[in-house]
Design a protein around this ligand. Structure first.
Ligand code: ZN
Length: 518
C-alpha cells in the first residue's frame, strides 16, 4: 500500500481545531493528521510538498443532475440562438444527427438574452414527423410541436396537471409551451429514447471526468429517475464510476412528487461509499414559476406555482424510512417546506430527519430561523448569484432576500453547496466566488449583504454537503479514517480571482493533475 504525507502548505481539514502541518494517507484512507512530528511514525511515507498550496477535502456537489447533464452532449445546445430561425436550424441539425431518436430534443433554451420564445407553430414549420422538445436550461419548462402534444395526449380539453400548465392562446389552443409539471411529463417521455444503459453509462462517466477536473469527487444526483439509478448501479458494480454518487430518488416525470413503487426499494443510507441512496427529492413550488408572496416598497406581489401534494408524499417517504429533500425556490415554497418538515418532525420526534431544503431561493429571516430550529440543511447554489441576479432586474423585496445565504448561515442553518448542473455552471471555485462577491455575470453586485466568505463556501462544498448526504462518516473532512478524496488548490482563497484546482485525488490516487499554466 502506498503511503503519502502532504506537508508544506495550508491544510484545511474542515474539522474543529487549528490547521495541521501534515496529512498522511495510506491506500484509500486518511490515516493521520497533525503536526510534522507524526511523520516519524510513517518512515516509509512518500513526502509530498504542497509548495505553499492548499490541501482540502474533495468537493461534494450536493445538487447536481449528473444523469441528465450527462445526456447533454447528445442534444444541440440552443442557448445562443439569437432568433427563431437560428433555433429551428439547431432543431434541424438534431433531427439529422439522431434520425432514430423517438423525440427530437434540443437543450439550453434561454429566452432571457435573446427574447426567443418558440411556439409549436414555429416547430411545426420544420415539417418533421417526430415530436420535438425544446428544453429550457432550467429544466422547469419547454416547448413541444404538435406531434409532441399528441404524444403527450395534451389536447384542447386536457386540464392542466396539478403543479403545471399547458399554456394556451386566447382561443384555448395549446401554444406548445409547457410549464413545470406539464413539462416534466414531456421530459420523462423524451428521455425514454436515451435510456439505453451502456450508452448512458458511458456519458455519465465522461461527464464525471469533467467534474473531477474541477475538484468534484462526489455528487448528489438531485432527481434521479429509476432508470438512471439502474445505470449508476451497473457502473458501480463494474467498478467504473469515477466519482461517488448519492442518488436522490425521483419519478421519471420530472417535478412529480409521487415516486411510486420506488418507496418499496432501498431506503436512504443504503449502499456504500461509491453509490448510496440519499433523500427522496420532492418539490414545493416551481422553478421558473417560483411561488412568491412578497412586497416591494409596500406593494404586494403574489404569483407562481405550488405543488399541493408535497405534504402527502413527504409523509409517505418519511414513514418508509427515507429522508427527504424539498425544492423550494420562492418564499411560499420555502414556507410549505417548513410546514411539511414540521409535521413530519411532530410525527416522529425521536428520528434524526436531517431535512434538506434545496435552493431556498427567496426567504425571510424568520424562515431562516424556522429552518434552523428544524435542524434543516440548506442546499444552496452560490453560482445562482450570476443568473438570478441578472433576472431580478435589481428588484429587492421588503422582508425577503434573494439567495439569502448570509441570513441562513447567521440563523444557524448548515449550508451545503452545489451547482444544479446542467442548469448553471458547475465549477465549485467559480460558484464559491459568486457566493462570496455576489457579483453577476454583467458585473453588478446583487444583494451584497447576503455574501458569505470564500472559505465558508469551501466548508459548504465539503463538510456541509457531506452532512446533507449523510456522508460525514466517510468524506467531507481531512480526518483519520475518512476517504482520501482530496483537492490541491493554487492561489489565494478569495473570490477574485478564485484559486484553481491543480490536483484531484480519489481514494488515495491522483486522478487529475492540471498542466502548469503556459
Ligand atoms: Zn435542480
Amino acid at each position: 500500500m502506498t503511503t503519502t504525507a502532504f506537508v508544506g502548505g495550508r491544510i484545511l481539514t474542515m474539522a474543529v481545531g487549528p490547521d495541521p502541518e501534515a496529512v498522511v494517507i495510506e491506500g484509500h484512507r486518511i490515516v493521520a493528521v497533525g503536526d510534522r512530528s507524526l511523520l516519524a511514525a510513517w518512515p516509509r511515507a512518500m513526502i509530498r510538498d504542497l509548495g505553499g498550496r492548499t490541501l482540502c477535502p474533495g468537493f461534494i456537489d450536493a445538487h447536481n443532475h449528473l444523469s441528465i447533464a450527462a445526456l447533454h452532449p447528445r442534444w444541440r445546445d440552443v442557448s445562443r440562438a439569437a432568433s427563431i430561425d437560428d433555433l429551428l436550424e439547431e432543431v434541424r441539425f438534431q433531427a439529422v444527427a439522431e434520425p432514430d431518436a423517438p423525440w427530437i430534443r434540443v437543450c439550453g433554451w434561454d429566452e432571457g438574452p435573446s427574447g426567443v420564445r418558440p411556439t409549436r407553430r414555429d416547430l411545426d414549420r420544420l415539417g418533421l414527423e417526430r415530436p420535438i422538445l425544446v428544453a429550457h436550461y432550467s429544466l422547469h419548462q419547454g416547448v413541444v410541436c404538435s406531434h409532441g402534444l399528441d404524444a403527450l395526449e395534451f389536447g384542447r380539453t386536457t386540464p392542466d396537471p396539478e403543479g403545471g400548465e399547458i399554456v394556451r392562446d386566447p382561443d384555448g389552443e395549446a401554444t406548445g409551451l409547457l410549464m413545470e409539471r406539464a413539462w416534466g411529463v414531456a421530459h420523462g417521455l423524451s428521455l425514454q429514447g436515451y435510456a439505453a444503459p451502456d450508452r448512458w453509462g458511458e456519458l455519465i462517466v465522461a461527464r464525471a471526468e469533467q467534474l473531477l477536473r474541477q475538484g468534484i469527487t462526489a455528487v448528489h444526483d438531485a432527481a434521479c429517475a429509476p432508470e438512471a439509478e439502474a445505470v449508476y448501479a451497473s457502473l458501480a458494480a463494474a467498478g467504473a464510476l469515477p466519482i461517488s454518487v448519492v442518488v436522490m430518488p425521483h419519478a421519471a416525470a420530472l417535478l412529480h412528487n409521487d415516486p411510486g413503487s420506488r418507496l418499496d426499494g432501498p431506503p436512504t443510507g443504503e449502499g456504500d461509499e461509491q453509490l448510496r441512496v440519499g433523500a427522496v427529492k420532492l418539490f414545493a413550488d416551481g422553478g421558473t414559476s417560483i411561488a412568491l408572496d412578497v412586497s416591494i416598497q409596500g406593494q404586494s406581489l403574489r404569483f407562481g406555482t405550488t405543488m399541493d401534494d408535497l405534504e402527502q408524499h413527504l409523509s409517505a417517504a418519511t414513514a418508509r424510512g427515507f429522508r427527504v429533500a424539498v425544492h423550494a425556490m420562492g418564499n411560499v415554497g420555502v414556507q410549505r417546506a417548513i410546514d411539511a418538515f414540521g409535521a413530519a418532525a411532530a410525527t416522529a420526534p425521536d428520528d434524526e430527519h436531517r431535512f434538506r431544503i434545496e435552493h431556498a431561493g427567496v426567504a425571510s429571516r424568520a424562515q431562516a430561523r424556522a429552518l434552523a430550529a428544524l435542524g434543516a440543511i440548506a442546499v444552496v447554489q452560490p453560482g445562482f448569484v450570476d443568473h438570478v441576479g441578472r433576472q431580478s432586474g435589481g428588484v429587492s423585496f421588503d422582508e425577503h432576500a434573494w439567495l439569502p445565504f448570509r441570513d441562513l448561515a447567521e440563523a444557524g442553518v448548515t449550508l451545503a453547496a452545489s451547482s444544479d448542473d446542467p442548469c448553471a455552471p458547475f465549477p465549485p471555485l467559480w460558484c464559491a466566488a459568486r457566493g462570496a462577491d455576489r457579483t453577476t455575470g454583467d458585473g453588478q453586485r446583487f444583494e451584497a449583504e447576503q455574501a458569505v466568505d470564500f472559505e465558508a463556501w469551501l466548508r459548504a462544498y465539503t463538510a456541509g454537503s457531506a452532512m446533507a448526504g449523510g456522508q460525514e462518516g466517510e468524506r467531507g473532512a481531512l480526518v483519520a479514517g475518512l476517504r482520501a478524496d482530496l483537492v490541491i488548490l493554487e492561489g489565494a482563497l478569495a473570490p477574485s480571482p478564485p484559486p484553481r484546482v491543480v490536483e484531484t485525488w480519489v481514494g488515495g490516487s491522483p486522478v487529475f493533475v492540471a498542466e502548469a499554466p503556459g
